[in-house]
Design a binder for this molecule. Structure first.
Ligand SMILES: Cc1cc2nc3c(=O)[nH]c(=O)nc-3n(C[C@H](O)[C@H](O)[C@H](O)COP(=O)(O)OP(=O)(O)OC[C@H]3O[C@@H](n4cnc5c(N)ncnc54)[C@H](O)[C@@H]3O)c2cc1C
Ligand code: FES
Length: 264
């Protein structure tokens, strides 16, 4: 883990309230892995005081890419930063996904959950040369078609992409977890199957339920609110079968079956 003063190279709107940021992060590239994140200090003063965590979307040469949605003060201030400005970044943080040697990988993204999955797809696709039969199915869910991100990039990387929207404006009408249940009968016969997911809590909870029921190994990335981001404050703990664990340190990626969800 490093703390660097990173030069912002690019920071532009992708669509709607979603932005792509590219920053120079030479020292971090070697440790970067899918599912790990960076913690960005948005402002030198108090607006806001706490750093904001973002998944590593991709690395290119000496640069790190992040995609983010403007939600509140921190991301709004971030969206106004210009190339040439400097950001104080800590990272890479967290554990990241473990890449399993399976034939079918199902990646499930809810909304901004696509962020770490492009990097993961690139790593899975690299392994494809060793295992020509590896198939990557990507399920992207969002409220409307305007919030579907990265579909073309996943297709370009050779994935079979399926989309769901809550309002039916694109793809399957309903939740992405309903889409998962719809496609599972077609792939469940393949014993070598794994799920990787990132998205809102209710989605991850359902992914955990389904994957546990079907005994499919599943890794989920939790996006809790973080405070220190480096394991010191215990402000991000989740309950697991092995006791409380810190999302920022032992996570953000957990085996789905290990999480004890509230009210279950
Ligand atoms: C490990 C990790 C990786 C993340 N990766 C990304 C990413 O790649 N791209 C991205 O856009 N966001 C990502 N997030 C979420 C991101 O950190 C928050 O959206 C951001 O901190 C919001 O800051 P803000 O000041 O704009 O909003 P705030 O003013 O802090 O909050 C605005 C609204 O967003 C909600 N919110 C804030 N933080 C979170 C959170 N962690 N999860 C869910 N809702 C939240 C608040 O409840 C509130 O409703 C990640 C979070 C974690 C923990
Ligand atoms: S945010 Fe402080 S321990 Fe995780």
């Amino acid at each position: 883990m490093l703390q660097i003063r990173s030069k912002l190279l690019y920071n532009q709107r992708v669509q709607g309230g979603f932005f792509r940021l590219v920053a120079r992060a030479a020292g971090m590239i070697r440790e970067a892995a899918p599912g790990k994140f960076v913690d960005i200090r948005i402002d030198d003063g108090y607006g806001p005081l706490l750093r904001r965590p973002f998944s590593i979307h991709r690395v290119r040469e000496q640069n790190i890419e992040v995609i983010y949605e403007v939600l509140g003060k921190g991301t709004e201030v971030l969206s106004r930063k210009k190339p040439g400005e400097y950001l104080d970044i800590i990272g890479p943080l967290g554990n990241g996904y473990s890449i399993l040697d399976v034939r079918y990988s199902i990646l499930i993204a809810g909304g901004m959950g696509v962020a770490p999955l492009i990097f993961l797809t690139e790593k899975l696709a690299e392994r494809k040369t060793q295992n020509a039969k590896r198939k990557i199915i990507v399920l992207i869910g969002a409220k409307t078609k305007n919030e579907i991100l990265c579909a073309k990039e996943f297709t370009r990387l050779g994935c079979d992409v399926k989309i769901s929207t809550d309002d039916g404006s694109r793809g399957f009408k309903g939740k992405v977890t309903d889409l998962l249940k719809k496609i599972l009968p077609f792939v469940i016969c393949h014993k070598r199957l794994a799920i990787y997911a990132c998205g809102p809590r209710p989605m991850l909870k359902e992914v955990s339920r389904v994957s546990t029921t079907y005994k499919i190994p599943a890794q989920i990335s939790l996006e809790e609110h973080l405070a220190c981001g480096i394991g010191a404050c215990l402000g991000c703990v989740v309950n697991t079968k092995e006791g409380f664990k810190r999302v920022c340190k032992e996570g953000p990626v957990f085996n789905a079956e290990e999480i004890i969800w509230p009210d279950c």
